[in-house]
Design a protein. Structure first.
Length: 515
């Protein structure tokens, strides 16, 4: 069905322009006063991440429990759409779009390098055992069940709101309506909720772009010997990537689904090559199985560890950051997942999301991470010493890839995979944000092209500012932690509202119709 362009009169200029002005203001401060701005960000991050850190831990564990409850209760039978409606997309196409909208190119950055950062952390010594025993566990924990629980619980809430209740305002405030009431949801309280949501969306995309894009720059410099600074090359890549995802989003779901499937083929192709030709196949499989088992066995302890004595600050530096990171990514990804899940039941959406999303994520960390960990344990390379000496993760990843046969081809494949990951993630985000700009948007309507272009450009402003100001990894992470705090409160309202409305919907469906 051909979508028609929505009426310009339905554009909510306050929701569109206020985040634009705020992000330009933050970006300008980072450009003009980089040192002072980064210092303020660090202080605010300490308050939210350290003083109020337990809030994020409880949010993560609570949302996981809710996802299991929804999957195995009667709520799981609710179809996101008409009672006999069938899914529009095959499981593979749906899973590809879901996975690539939920994860960006930073999955490759962290898959290659995250174990090294844990290996040098004093918390591993506190836990006892060898590097092999724990360094492979934490990446799986931080990227698997709780992250996808955030996405999937909100995805079914949004899907229910759009496809069952047929609400034409695709916003966080609308999802809170069953709790705060229509007057507040469509009034000042709703505006505040939506402004927090959009600012968090921009903060989350800035974190992702700023963390992984310099790796793409390092690969280009390595392959072509370009004599430019990493910062300059990174900004050029950001602009090129912006062009790719802008082209895709302007071509609608057809362009998004094509890029998503292409990205998945490249993603798994890279993993298969590393597994087969890297020389660490046996270690990858055995330590991967061991790490996965250890993670499941210790899951509750890992989820609740708060380090009250601050002996290592491990949860403050990592677990709390990650839960905040997934929370700010929950602004766009669940809307998109809910949109493409029409025709699936709540149970199928959540469990299918765990199978495809968690399975694909775990395979990446097991294969790409355990290759270099195997070389470290086997004495073939000392990646920990390289990192401790230089502190440069991007250079470290290049050295890890260079340790494999056919490293030039693997560098090119990694680069292409990262480009398509960014394109598929950010075209879905731009699409969702553009729809967010409308007061009402019918099921068969699409945002105006200029509104979509505005969001495509806006998503790139803050990342460029963070890269230009040479913010540290800690400060880039801080952007997510700060933004996630109010989003957690809004998420509680949304989930509460969804459960309340879904209970009412089930009661209505079970009541016999009057003749």
């Amino acid at each position: 069905m051909e979508l028609k362009t929505a009426n310009k009169k339905q554009i909510d200029w306050m929701i569109t322009l206020v985040p634009f002005a705020l992000i330009l203001g933050v970006a300008l401060l980072l450009f003009l006063f980089p040192e002072q701005s980064n210092g303020i960000i660090s202080q605010v991050r300490f308050f939210f991440g350290d003083t109020l850190g337990s809030y994020y831990l409880l949010m993560g564990l609570g949302v996981l429990v809710i996802s299991l409850f929804l999957s195995f209760s009667k709520y799981g039978d609710i179809v996101l759409g008409g009672k006999n409606e069938k899914p529009k997309y095959s499981f593979f196409t749906w899973g590809s779009m879901m996975f690539t909208c939920g994860l960006a190119a930073d999955i490759l950055f962290y898959s290659f390098s995250e174990w090294v950062m844990y290996a040098s952390n004093p918390h591993l010594a506190e836990m006892g055992g060898s590097i092999t025993e724990w360094a492979g566990v934490f990446p799986l924990f931080h990227w698997s069940f709780i992250p996808w629980a955030f996405y999937l619980v909100l995805a079914v809430a949004f899907g229910f709101m759009m496809h069952c209740r047929k609400r034409d305002r695709e916003r966080f405030s609308e999802a809170c309506l069953p709790v705060i009431g229509e007057k507040h949801a469509h009034g000042l309280a709703g505006r505040i909720i939506d402004l927090f949501a959009l600012f968090a969306l921009l903060a989350g995309t800035a974190t992702t772009f700023s963390v992984a894009t310099p790796l793409m720059a390092e690969i280009i410099v390595t392959l072509f010997g370009i004599h430019l600074s990493r910062t300059a090359v990174t900004i050029i890549i950001l602009l090129i990537t912006c062009g790719v995802y802008t082209y895709a989003v302007l071509h609608g779901f057809r362009g998004i689904s094509f890029l998503a499937k292409l990205c998945i083929y490249l993603f798994f192709g890279l993993q298969i090559i590393v597994l087969l030709v890297g020389g660490q196949g046996r270690f990858i499989i055995e330590n991967g199985i061991q790490s996965l088992g250890k993670m499941v066995q210790e899951f509750i302890g890992l989820s609740t560890f708060a380090d009250p004595g601050r002996t290592s600050n491990f949860p403050q530096d990592w677990t709390i950051y990650y839960w905040a990171y997934w929370m700010v990514w929950c602004i766009a990804a669940p809307f998109f997942i809910g949109n493409i899940s029409r025709g699936r039941t709540i149970r199928q959406t959540i469990l299918g999301g765990y199978v495809f999303g968690v399975g694909s994520t775990i395979s990446s960390f097991i294969i790409l991470g355990n290759h270099s960990l195997g070389m470290q344990v086997g004495g073939k390379a000392d990646f920990i010493a390289m990192y401790e000496q230089s502190g440069d993760l991007y250079e470290l990843i290049i050295n890890i890839i260079k340790s494999m046969p056919g490293s030039t081809f693997i560098l090119v494949l990694t680069m292409l995979c990262m480009i398509f990951f960014y394109a598929t993630s950010f075209d879905s985000i731009a699409y969702t944000a553009a729809r967010y700009s409308y007061k009402k948007l019918g099921e068969n309507e699409k945002p105006h092209t200029l509104v979509t272009l505005l969001w495509c450009l806006l998503l790139i402003v803050l990342p460029i500012a963070l890269v230009f100001s040479e913010s540290s990894m800690n400060n880039i992470q801080s952007v997510s932690i700060i933004s996630a705090f109010p989003i957690g409160i809004i998420m509680i309202l949304m989930i509460w509202g969804f459960l309340k409305d879904a209970k009412k919907y089930r009661t209505e469906s079970e009541e016999p119709k009057k003749p």
